[in-house]
Design a protein around this ligand. Structure first.
Ligand SMILES: C[S@@+](CC[C@H](N)C(=O)[O-])C[C@H]1O[C@@H](n2cnc3c(N)ncnc32)[C@H](O)[C@@H]1O
Length: 321
């Protein structure tokens, strides 16, 4: 999770435009999860806010395009809530891409079989992660294993394996074969409504730019501005032209919803590109409260406390990540 130091909104934004603040934090543990990933910087915590936002405006795009998919928490949730007909996903990371491509292909069952049959121990994890995968399936399995046995789910070079983990279970702490099997099985049933392309976000954006029925959810690596630039540490691919991203998306025919770190550079970019924006607060797993920006081209955009309602609605429905 992207952790930011709590700050007063005014102190962090000495700019002409000041976003509204929704100060009640979203409880990160209150949301159901169907992605097989535990994704660093993932937006599971934002699901209730976005679901409520669309529902309250009776917005139902025929497709939702997420070109920085990662774990895909938002598009999968919108599909689950039937708030769109199909989701169009993309990510530049070949490992992440291999996972999605296998899940959405006839290799789904073989990937599940390998997950169920893997005997997890520090030795087996280390030796599997040292192998050079020779197939898409091999890369997919290795990526999922790395994601679920590394600290924070980080896939980028330099990530470390979990040490003691939860309840002293070490690398096995987050390796849930039955849960993963179930999630992959569920995703298999959703296959006709999910499309994935491994590649650069801009190609996918360009492809759907002119469709008024296509909404975009944009969650790029947070590398804009001079702040913490968490994206550099969390993702192998993190070099984004943020100016180009804003100037491209302001021409999109459909709804655009972006999430970004709360920094002056992004506020300036959003404002100068004519986007609406506001802060949403969240508590991370260490109970640190932080803010992120929700940026949209929808004129009446405001969450106005709906995230809290949504969070409550999802309480008790949460499964482990
Ligand atoms: C903040 S994460 C997305 C997290 C996701 N929203 C979730 O909830 O799990 C950003 C993702 O963008 C991907 N990425 C980085 N550069 C990219 C590019 N140029 N094109 C497409 N994807 C890119 C990274 O691999 C990473 O998975």
């Amino acid at each position: 999770m992207n952790v930011q130091v709590e700050d007063t909104p005014a102190a962090t934004t000495p700019h002409r435009a000041q976003p509204a603040v929704n100060s009640r934090p979203v409880n990160i543990s209150s949301v159901r999860h169907i992605s097989p990933f535990r994704y660093p910087g993932g937006k599971t915590w934002l699901v209730p806010t976005i679901v409520a936002w669309l529902k309250n405006r009776s917005i139902r795009p025929s497709s939702l395009v997420d070109p920085f998919t990662g774990g895909g928490s938002i598009p999968l949730s919108l599909l689950r809530e039937d708030l769109t007909d199909r989701i169009i996903l993309g990510d530049i990371d070949p490992g992440v891409g291999a996972v999605w491509e296998c899940i959405l292909s006839s290799e789904n069952s073989e990937l599940r079989r390998q997950i169920r049959n893997f005997t997890v121990s520090r030795e087996t994890v280390v030796s599997t992660l040292e192998e050079k995968p020779e197939s898409r399936l091999g890369l997919a399995f290795q990526t999922l294993l790395r994601n679920r046995t590394s600290r924070g789910g980080i896939l980028a070079p330099g990530s470390n394996l979990l040490m003691s983990g939860e309840k002293g279970r070490g690398v096995a702490s987050r390796w849930y074969p039955v849960t993963l099997d179930n999630r992959l099985s569920l995703l298999d049933t959703l296959r006709p409504r999910i499309e994935f392309t491994q590649g650069d976000a801009f190609s996918l954006i360009e492809k759907h730019m002119n469709s008024p029925d296509a909404a975009f959810f944009i969650d790029p690596p947070y590398t804009a501005g001079e702040g913490k630039r968490a994206g550099r540490r969390l993702y192998k691919y993190n070099d984004i032209d943020h100016d180009k991203l804003f100037s491209t998306l302001k021409k999109a025919a459909g709804l655009v919803l972006m999430t970004y770190d709360d920094c002056p550079e992004v506020i300036e970019l959003a404002g100068s590109s004519g986007f609406q924006f506001e802060r949403v607060s969240m508590r991370n797993t260490h109970h640190v409260k932080s803010f992120e920006l929700l940026i949209s081209n929808f004129a009446e955009y405001s969450t106005n406390g709906q995230s809290t309602e949504s969070t409550e609605a999802h309480q008790n429905a949460n499964s482990e990540k």
